[in-house]
Design a protein around this ligand. Structure first.
Ligand code: GLN
Length: 566
């Protein structure tokens, strides 16, 4: 069966929410019975975003097969509920690396290696790769950046050639633009979108669908004008109006028939006989949205990290809280706390109003002492505590220092000469000097101890698989001594005997995990650890009588979810 390809480009400005539009269309087509995947092409030279600072790029999202990818893949997985892989995120750096490797091995048989055809062919190869597996009916490809960017040109040429080769029956071009409202003129302006489509045309690409980001409803007048000057059907001019939550976007797209346009233009009813449903069944999604928008209360949870100023640095964690909050009937208000400034003197003040503490993942020593302080405060005051990756490592250091009385306990990441390295570099990591893609990455098995909180949270399972991204580990030499002092190790990697989960059973909810559960929350299926942690924070808040119930109408205007970037 011929796979259908949808290409999504962006114009006018970045940050219009291309990833969310792709994920929304993907979910609608999935709910019409199709097998869908989404891939992202990023026009930068880094081979992957793994080496980039979170301030630069936001969160790095990790797939099961250990790829370090763009955070949009997190949206794809959360919206579709389908795992992505290495092949779902390709960068210019990766494309060039592949071409140069082939050139060095003589694969081009003495030819001059050039952008056209070699780089373009390599891009086309990646565009087709997922489709060729036979696992998908539709492959949606998002092109990062904005049309007109110098670095994006090869991708536009690749789409042009791809469409020429596959035919318009099998390919669909969607262009996302911005419709700004000019206060002075009192009008929505369509000219930037027209220019953007002109730029696209100069690369030989005619969009089939225009999705217009706007802060107000699209008038018929503007719709007509855009259709006429951009040469698209009027009904294929779709408004992507600002929404309180990104999870509303699939329904906004459905109302305007985006999925139907895609099904028709790609002739899917004929080509995938008896498979395509007449309309996407979004009942489950609507139920989820109702839970999300009508919380029965609000619970404040501290997110202690060093990248809190960057709204995308902990994207999967904040989305996991949104999803876990909805499942628990509450709105989670994340209180972002910069770990750098936390000290014994101010911790009580800073954490006074929260009902739970999450210590975030991270790299390098900045802010670590503040994170350790946050762990101590949560542990000593019996406040629900969740440590992820570095957060778990901080929990171990804190326990070693303050309970076992090993005052010099540390990670060798922060003090290479510490006498008490409770967290240490894995043996094989000691030989590695290259930074890109060399951590312990991707899904590994974790065996759960019977009767532990972890095993209960995972519904009694004895083994689970979770995704990793770290170099350091709990030191097995000191592990047994820590256990003697009361720390429980309830999740272990069976092959390598590496600690995956630590717990304090006397505490109401104290769990640290070496892996990243946040990468596995999807709509309707928040990760069980997040769901359980939020439940415990709600119980704590109720006990302390500080659960914040929304007053008056249950739906608040300025719902916290609005901060989720489109
Ligand atoms: N810096 C720590 C390590 O490399 C933790 C990494 C993380 O939190 N993702 O092991």
């Amino acid at each position: 069966m011929q796979t259908k390809y949808v290409f999504v480009t962006g114009g006018v400005t970045s940050s219009l929410g291309k990833g969310i539009v792709c994920a929304s269309l993907g979910r609608l087509l999935e709910n019409r019975g199709l097998r869908v995947t989404i891939q992202k092409f990023d026009p930068y030279i880094n081979v992957d975003p793994g080496t980039m600072n979170p301030y630069e790029h936001g969160e790095v999202y990790v797939t099961d097969d250990g790829a370090e990818t763009d955070l949009d893949l997190g949206h794809y997985e959360r919206f579709l509920g389908v795992a992505t892989s290495q092949a779902n995120n390709v960068t210019t750096g990766r494309v060039y690396l592949e071409v140069i490797k082939k050139e060095r091995s003589g694969a081009y048989l003495g030819k001059t290696v050039q952008v056209v055809p070699h780089i373009i062919d390599e891009i086309k190869h990646w565009m087709q790769k997922l489709g060729e597996t036979g696992d998908y009916d539709v492959v949606i490809t998002e092109i990062g950046g904005t049309v007109g960017d110098i670095e994006g040109q090869p991708y536009l040429e690749a789409i042009r050639q791809f469409r020429y080769e596959m035919g318009s029956r099998n390919t669909l071009n969607i262009h996302l633009t911005l419709l700004p409202y000019l206060e002075a003129a009192g009008e929505v302006k369509s000219k930037p979108s027209q220019h953007s489509v002109k730029t696209l045309l100069s690369f030989g690409l005619q969009p089939d669908v225009l999705v217009c980001r706007t802060d107000r409803p699209l008038t018929d007048d503007v719709r007509r004008k855009l259709a006429l000057f951009c040469n698209v059907d009027q009904r294929a001019v779709i408004a992507s109006q600002d929404a309180e939550s990104i999870y509303e976007v699939p329904l906004l797209m459905k109302e305007q028939g985006l999925d139907t346009i895609a099904v028709e233009r790609l002739h899917m009813e004929e080509d995938f006989k008896d498979k395509v449903l007449d309309a996407p069944d979004m009942d489950g999604w609507v139920r989820f949205l109702r839970q999300l928008k009508e919380p029965e209360g609000k619970v404040r949870i501290a997110l202690v990290g060093k990248y809190v100023e960057h709204q995308d640095a902990y994207k999967s964690i904040s989305e996991s809280f949104i999803l876990a909050g909805a499942a628990n009937g509450v709105q989670v208000e994340l209180v972002q706390i910069l770990s750098d400034g936390l000290t014994t003197d101010n911790i009580e003040d800073r954490l006074a109003t929260v009902n739970g503490v999450l210590v975030a993942p991270g790299f390098g020593d900045r802010g670590v002492e503040g994170k350790i302080e946050a762990v101590r405060f949560a542990r000593e005051n019996d406040i629900p505590f969740f440590g992820i990756c570095l957060g778990m490592q901080c929990a171990v250091i804190e326990y070693a220092r303050n309970v076992c009385d090993w005052l010099s306990a540390n990670s060798t990441e922060f003090d290479p000469d510490t006498e008490c390295p409770v967290i240490d570099l894995m043996e094989e990591q000691k030989k590695i000097s290259e930074k890109g893609g060399t951590m312990r990455l991707g899904a590994y098995t974790c065996k759960l101890s019977e009767g532990s909180r972890a095993s209960e949270i995972y519904g009694g399972k004895s083994k689970v698989k979770e995704r990793h991204r770290h170099r350091y580990e709990l030191n097995n030499v000191l592990r047994y001594k820590l256990a003697e002092h009361g720390m429980h190790f309830t999740g272990v990697n069976p092959k390598r005997d590496l600690v995956e989960i630590v717990e304090l059973p006397e505490h109401r909810w104290f769990v640290g995990v070496q892996f990243h559960p946040e990468y596995r929350s999807t709509v309707g299926n928040p990760h069980p650890l997040f769901a359980s942690f939020v439940r415990s924070c709600v119980a704590y808040a109720e006990e302390k009588d500080n659960i914040l119930t929304p007053k008056g109408p249950r739906r608040e205007k300025k719902i916290h979810l609005a901060s989720a970037k489109m």
